[in-house]
Design a binder for this molecule. Structure first.
Ligand SMILES: Cc1cc2nc3c(=O)[nH]c(=O)nc-3n(C[C@H](O)[C@H](O)[C@H](O)COP(=O)(O)OP(=O)(O)OC[C@H]3O[C@@H](n4cnc5c(N)ncnc54)[C@H](O)[C@@H]3O)c2cc1C
Length: 457
């Protein structure tokens, strides 16, 4: 653990804070507090060293918005640090209470308020898989979800995620229209509610829970098709990537996922190994049932062999292929080899294939393996590289990221826990700072995660 971080623990009157909560459920059970003070920061050996062992004093579990308001008011009065938690699947320690204090577990603030055709308003703590189960009854589903769909909450996805399964068609969460509205409770002695709409709603996106508590969120929905999971094997990674890229470009083919994996990444998928031929690279895809024939034509034209074709099943115990994509790819690899970590790299839309070839010559496959998630980026067909790296030292990891930058690749650093350091999709710009000042004047909302904010009072 980092001693400097531990030293930043804030002092406040915990007993007074608890007394102010009335009947809002709390627990100080050390095991529960320890579990709820963690997320998946251990994907990064650097964060693992820095954040391991940091725990809150108390977990508070509001049942509804009225409870959230009570907690927010008490936190402001007692200047108690408040770290908001959804499903706890973030990768950068966003849920770790680095200054101690309170973990606010939002999982019970989860009511579906209404659904009007392709628009949904739902409590932030609702698990994403439950949302789709509900909205599918009316023929709709969320436009996109993280590969952690079965664990993550919709509020945590909006505040901590960037995109995922569905981004191949709809782009990222940060794209205008992918979050329609958000209701935010400020952390003030007399908390206020803010209804953010349109581009204002994007203020909560990727802010890592530093700008008040999101209690409800309005999300646009897409038609719920019957999805078919595919594995397509290639004896050459360049062909796999070219195929993935063509899937994005094929506007007539209705898809939800296109992932390209360099050999030998698929060998880490131990429970699926019969579908990934030895030595082959692969594309994983989710295709709408009515587009399957067109997809198969595209696969044939690119020289791919279909080794798996099964309707997507996300019921308990099933293994939907999206749980082998995005950061689940890394998870499977770490389970086999704990020295593996990852780099988040966004490749340019233009000259994409050339860039893939160029980067592949820079590193030995023993050190870096390319994994791409195809998506729309600002409307253009692009790919997020979630490259797998065999970790040796922090210096070498930073060096690899620097080499990629020098070759024109945009890096969102996944080995940091302060928002400003990621260089990623969000920076603490003047808009975010102004909003922060409005909703968290004392700087106690996920404190430490936004370095440039100086509390007003
Ligand atoms: C195996 C694996 C795969 C992943 N795949 C993807 C992926 O495909 N796409 C992707 O974008 N990410 C992915 N992630 C990262 C993570 O799953 C997503 O960010 C996820 O959506 C987080 O949801 P959560 O409910 O677990 O959020 P949490 O981890 O609980 O919280 C994330 C952040 O949001 C804040 N927050 C949570 N709830 C609220 C609220 N109500 N109000 C304000 N702030 C709040 C928290 O303080 C925290 O800063 C992956 C992670 C893992 C470990």
């Amino acid at each position: 653990m980092n001693d400097n971080i531990e030293a930043s623990r804030r002092r406040y009157d915990l007993e007074g804070f608890i007394a102010a909560l009335g009947d809002v459920p709390t627990t100080a059970d050390p095991k529960t507090v320890a579990v709820k003070s963690r997320d998946f920061f251990w994907f990064s050996p650097i964060l693992k060293r820095q954040l391991q062992g940091l725990v809150a004093d108390l977990v508070v579990s509001p049942r509804d918005e009225a409870d959230v308001i009570r907690v927010a008011g008490a936190a402001a009065r007692f200047r108690a640090p408040l770290t908001i938690r959804g499903g706890g699947t973030g990768n950068y320690g966003q849920c770790v209470p680095v200054q101690g204090g309170i973990v606010l577990d939002m999982s019970a603030v989860n009511a579906i308020e209404w659904q009007r055709g392709p628009l949904l308003r739902v409590g932030a703590g609702r698990r994403i898989v439950e949302i789709d189960n509900e909205t599918r009854l009316q023929g709709f589903e969320l436009r996109m979800h993280p590969s952690t769909k079965r664990m993550a909450s919709i509020g945590g996805f909006a505040a901590g995620g960037s995109g995922g399964v569905g981004s191949v068609t709809y782009g990222g969460l940060r794209d205008l229209g992918n979050i329609i509205g958000a209701r935010v409770i400020s952390i003030e002695e007399k908390p206020r509610a803010f209804e953010l709409k349109g581009d204002a709603a994007l203020k909560v996106s990727h802010a890592w829970g530093t700008t008040g508590v999101v209690t409800a969120i309005e999300m646009p929905l897409a038609p719920a098709f019957r999805w078919i999971d595919f594995v397509v094997a290639f004896d050459n990674f360049v062909n796999a990537v070219k195929f993935g890229h063509e899937i994005v470009l094929a506007d007539g083919v209705v898809k939800k996922l296109a992932t390209a994996l360099a050999a030998p990444i698929p060998t880490y998928f131990v429970s699926m190994d019969e579908y990934f031929p030895k030595g082959a690279s692969a594309v994983i895809a989710m295709i709408a049932e009515h587009s399957v024939e067109s997809f198969l034509s595209l696969a044939r034209a690119n020289g791919g062999s279909v080794t798996y074709q099964t309707p997507t099943d996300e019921s308990p115990g099933a293994r939907p292929l999206f749980e082998y994509s995005w950061n689940h790819t890394t998870l499977h690899a770490i389970r086999v080899d704990p020295d593996i970590t990852y780099i988040q790299a966004l490749y340019p839309a233009f000259g994409f294939m050339d860039k893939v070839a160029e980067i592949s010559t820079l590193f030995s496959p023993d050190e870096l393996l390319q994994h791409f998630e195809f998506l729309r980026y600002n409307g253009y067909p692009g790919a997020a590289g979630i490259h797998m790296v065999k970790f040796t030292t922090a210096e070498r990891l930073n060096e690899i990221m620097e080499i990629l930058r020098q070759h024109g690749i945009f890096i969102a650093d996944a080995h940091i826990w302060v928002l400003e350091d990621s260089g990623g999709y969000k920076s603490a710009d003047i808009d975010l700072m102004t909003f922060k000042r409005e909703v968290d004047p004392f700087g106690i909302c996920n404190p430490g995660k936004m370095r440039t904010y100086a509390p007003a009072r």
